[in-house]
Design a protein around this ligand. Sequence first.
Ligand code: UTP
Length: 293
Amino acid sequence: MTYKVTKVVFPVAGLGTRFLPATKAVPKEMLPIVDKPLMQYAVEESIAAGIDTMIFITGRSKNSIMDHYDKAYEMEKELEARNKTEILNLLRSIIPPHIKCVFIRQPEALGLGHAVYCALPAVGNEPFAVILPDDLIYDGERGCMKQMVDLYAQTQSSILGVERVDPSETDKYGIVRTGESKGSYANIEHIVEKPKPDVAPSNLAVVGRYILNPGIFDKIKNTGRGAGGEIQLTDAIADLMKDEQVLAFEFEGKRYDCGAKLGFLVANVEYGLLHKELKHDFLAYLKDLSATL
Ligand code: UTP
């Protein structure tokens, strides 16, 4: 088995009910943060981590994701004819030539675990990354997945990206209890999906970043429906922990929960304030606005 992480799975077949009606025809992952869809941030983070194979697990109404990563012949021709070189280059840079894209359909939204299982034919017997694009993570330096790939190179253990959440919110996440801290990471002793705050083993929550060893596929295959009637990745990870060490990694960077309306708005504001063309005017606008509040 190779220990280099070269593949990433994007499970993007969820229904996105929290964003209806915006997500009736447009997948949540195509909602923009300033001027780029969430999906593109996730792909860029993967490329920055040295990953070259992008595996999209898509569902109904996900054609726009395929279109975004397809060559836009007509638009490129039109831009060429109008000498719009800068925009043309921007369009062409969405997916660099060395990157492969694989699209697999999850026929029914049976849960995150099931979506990851759908990637088996494209992943094979290799470690792989999983990114949930609605968890947008800003780390101006390396990117969250690069941090995790570096840790995987040292440990060869499956790794879950975690962060502390408000103890009242444990029932929105997979929650872990860890053993002795080794700096930014620790061995996971217990993991449970969406526990109520009074029974949660901690407030250390699993967010949308994983590196998994391929043994996870057998575990998912044997996982029945769990919380919410879905085939949960968390339950399969709990099973994997019986065979091998799984690590919780407290990454550097700020996470925006863009699957929720407030997190999505906050991300748009903060990315707007970082955007090279917009930041000055946008800051001036926000200052004016706050003076009127
Ligand atoms: P969420 O729990 O955020 O669900 O899924 P959702 O359907 O996307 O959004 P809401 O809660 O209804 O608003 C977590 C991740 O797992 C994927 C989703 O696309 C998201 O990236 N997922 C979930 C699948 O790919 N397939 C599934 O069957 C379920």
